[in-house]
Design a protein around this ligand. Structure first.
Ligand code: PLP
Length: 427
């Protein structure tokens, strides 16, 4: 096939015909005629996730209090059961993962558990492109230990404003740093950090290291245990399609089992002991110790169905298709959108390119509005970013093709000028 052919609609459709994951698309609720490229902000509902939520409601309806211990998915063990099912997605042992809390609350819990400032190591290291909630959490953890975030939160500077150099991070691993918290994938540029390398460097300097997996969970494979990462945390409503406000997850390396939870609650207990109602906590001897109170069961239930899909397919296949989708989109952008003022901010190399693309354009806010008017759902990031996430389980190569064509048309016809260049409340 000649190069030229790859830019045709026909070629995009041929790619879909060859796609071995194509059958999963019909498992999702996709509005007729809508192209949804926002799966890295909120994944779509699948029929399996819907079914497991309905099953959960049914168990409440029919079992009442006995639902905690009876039925197909006893609620008392659900966080552990799902932790086990999630473990392959992060490359961990079953008991190193627990489904609990939210990204932010899990970060609080892990820093409260593993950052013990002393005279020597009293700084937290992160990067200056980190997601705001992570920064706020780290600042408040420092304040709780009587430390000034202005001096004790060290943010590695990005050289280009979009990516972070691993060498700069390693350089900042000084002897006064107690703990490092970094994203696995940067939420804007989609850069993947080399978790294995950074962990090795941190450990050589006696520093603990953890990662925020919000943009990598369900999007790329991980080997957290093999890489020896100390801890990780994430949300389950983005690539994992767990639903708005879905309960999150955390990972603690088994080396740290026995570390007391910094923020304890009765669900930190060893299961057999919890209902002894003692005032002395006996923590679980695994990641479950980092839970706090009663799990948000209704916000966990969709994950049962959703995870079954991920485990059926496996992360390797998901990653392969994801790279094909983003690679194809980059190729089309390069070919068709030259000279329109778009700047691709993703690392182009496959080893450092995550599951979404990030384009910058001075008119980004209203270009996104024009796309939406054409039933294409992008994700606007202030002040000038367009995130596009073609997701392996439900997006198609044809959708990628159609979107780039539409972008070109919006620019050619200056259609975006019909809209105000301003962001909405949630964007
Ligand atoms: C989405 C996201 C969050 C969200 O935190 P919540 O506690 O789930 O609201 C945090 N960090 C990163 C990097 C994210 O992408």
């Amino acid at each position: 096939m000649t190069k030229q052919n790859t830019f045709t609609h026909e070629y995009a459709c041929q790619l879909d015909q060859k796609d071995t994951l194509a059958s999963y698309r019909i498992e999702f609720y996709i509005n007729e005629g809508v192209i949804y490229f926002d799966g890295n902000s909120l994944g779509l509902l699948s029929k399996r996730a819907e079914q497991t939520l309905l099953d959960l409601l049914q168990s409440w309806k029919t079992l009442g209090i006995d639902g905690w211990t009876d039925g197909e998915n006893p609620w008392f063990y659900l966080s552990e059961t799902l932790g086990e099912q999630m473990a392959p997605l992060v490359g961990a042992d079953a008991d190193e993962v627990i489904v609990t809390g939210s990204t932010t609350s899990n970060l609080h819990q892990l820093v409260a558990s593993f950052f013990k400032a002393d005279g020597k190591r009293n700084k937290i290291l992160t990067d200056d492109l980190a997601f705001p909630t992570d920064i706020y959490a780290l600042q408040s953890q420092l304040k709780l230990q009587g430390l000034d975030p202005a001096t004790h939160l060290v943010k590695v500077k990005s050289a280009d404003g979009h990516t972070v150099n691993e060498a700069d991070i390693i350089d900042a691993m000084r002897e006064d740093v107690g703990i490092i918290v970094l994203p696995s994938i940067l939420y804007r540029s989609g850069q993947i950090l080399n978790m294995e390398k950074l962990t090795k460097e941190a450990h050589q300097r006696g520093i603990l290291i953890g990662f925020d997996l919000c943009h990598s969970i369900g999007s790329i494979p991980h080997q957290l245990s093999e890489w020896n990462v100390d801890f990780a945390f994430w949300c389950n409503y983005k690539h994992l399609n767990g639903g708005p406000g879905a309960v999150g997850g955390l990972y603690v390396n088994k080396r740290h089992f026995g570390t007391a939870p910094g923020l304890a609650g009765w669900f930190s207990s060893k299961k057999e002991k919890q209902f002894d109602m003692a005032h002395e906590l006996t923590p679980a001897e695994h990641a479950g110790a980092f839970q706090m109170g009663t799990p948000h069961v209704l916000s966990t239930a969709p994950l049962i169905g959703s995870l079954s899909m991920f485990n059926e397919v496996g992360m390797e296949k998901i990653r392969t298709k994801s790279l094909q989708l983003t690679g194809y989109m980059l190729e089309l952008i390069e070919q068709k959108l030259k000279g329109y003022g778009f700047i691709v901010r993703n690392p182009l190399d496959e080893s450092t390119r995550g599951g979404h693309l990030f384009l910058e354009h001075p008119e980004a806010a209203r270009i996104c509005k024009a796309l939406k008017a054409h039933n294409i759902v992008p994700d606007f990031r202030s002040p000038n970013g367009i995130r596009l996430a073609p997701v392996a389980l439900y997006n198609t190569f044809e959708e990628v093709w159609l979107t780039v064509e539409k972008l070109k048309q919006i620019m050619d016809d200056e259609e975006y000028k019909k809209f105000e260049n301003k962001r909405g409340v949630v964007a």
